[in-house]
Design a protein around this ligand. Structure first.
Ligand code: SAM
Length: 264
């Protein structure tokens, strides 16, 4: 019997020397095929409710760029809620799934393949909001890349625009006391997700599926304060944090941290 609970399996003794920068290579077709099984769109919708819609409406956003569309959950949901959505992702496999899911849900929005590091070469004009969700930003392992990408996001926003960016609670994961409730973002019940290794530079998640297949995703375990500092350095102000969609939270109690940063 598998569960959706994330458990610590083994934190590993030391970091592997090389960290992957090839996010696209990590999203192999067999994992992408299972992504919606990991999410469970209905359960995800039930847990998020109107959190993102309310943030976007509060910022009077209309034109929204989802830079880590994945299989398209947020792009489709926001389009259904009436936002003018552009879905982007660096992975051709993911972008194909976004297209299919948009069609399946009767939504018609722009979909493009774009690496964040050269985002402005791919997009058309500026946006009122950028969303980078599902713990995608930790795919950047190098600090210069993290800084450059936040600058790309900043420049792609209209004045007054907001960036909503999140990550798993690596503050807890790095202290080896992470437990996922399975109630946020990745709500599917078909796979077991464990932390196979974590140190200050690398976190390797292991996904075990009921058919016996196993996948790994490797990310940089960014701390919440670290991202807040980078956002300020990139020029953002009025940064607000949420834990599992709540304004009042204790960092040790949450699965995900969500940062909302405004371009003044
Ligand atoms: N937002 C989706 C969700 O919540 O289900 C997908 C999240 S998945 C963890 C991370 C996504 O970020 C992948 O689809 C991956 O292709 C994309 N990604 C990672 N690094 C990227 C980069 N440098 N440029 C563009 N997309 C990137």
């Amino acid at each position: 019997m598998t569960t959706n609970a994330t458990r610590i399996a083994d934190h590993g003794p030391t970091a592997e020397a090389a960290v992957p920068d090839d996010f696209e290579g990590q999203y192999v077709r067999t994992l992408v095929d299972r992504w919606d099984q990991l999410i469970d769109w209905d359960r995800r919708r039930a847990s998020e409710q109107d959190f993102f819609m309310e943030l976007l409406n509060g910022a009077e956003a209309q034109r929204v760029l989802d830079v880590a569309a994945g299989t398209g959950y947020h792009s489709v949901t926001l389009a259904q809620q009436g936002f003018d959505v552009t879905a982007a992702d660096g992975s051709a496999e993911m972008i194909e799934r976004t297209r299919r899911n948009a069609e399946r849900h009767g939504q018609n929005f722009r979909v493009l393949q774009a690496d964040w590091r050269s985002l402005r070469e791919s997009i058309d004009g500026r946006y009122d909001a950028i969303v980078c969700l599902g713990s995608s930003f930790p795919h950047l392992f190098q600090e210069p890349d993290r800084r450059a990408v936040l600058t790309e996001f900043y420049e792609a926003l209209n004045p007054g625009g907001i960036l909503i960016i999140d990550h798993r609670n690596f503050d807890a994961i790095r202290q080896h006391r992470y437990r996922s409730s399975g109630n946020y973002y990745y709500c599917g019940t078909g796979a077991t997700v464990t932390v196979a290794h974590v140190d200050e530079q690398l976190c390797r998640f292991q996904y075990d599926f009921p058919d016996g297949s196993t996948h790994h995703l490797e990310v940089y375990p960014i701390l919440s304060g670290e991202l807040s500092s980078l956002l300020i350095d990139a020029g953002f102000d009025a940064i607000q944090n949420f834990g599992d969609f709540r304004e009042n939270f204790a960092i040790e109690d949450v699965d995900f941290v969500i940062h909302v940063a405004r371009k003044s």
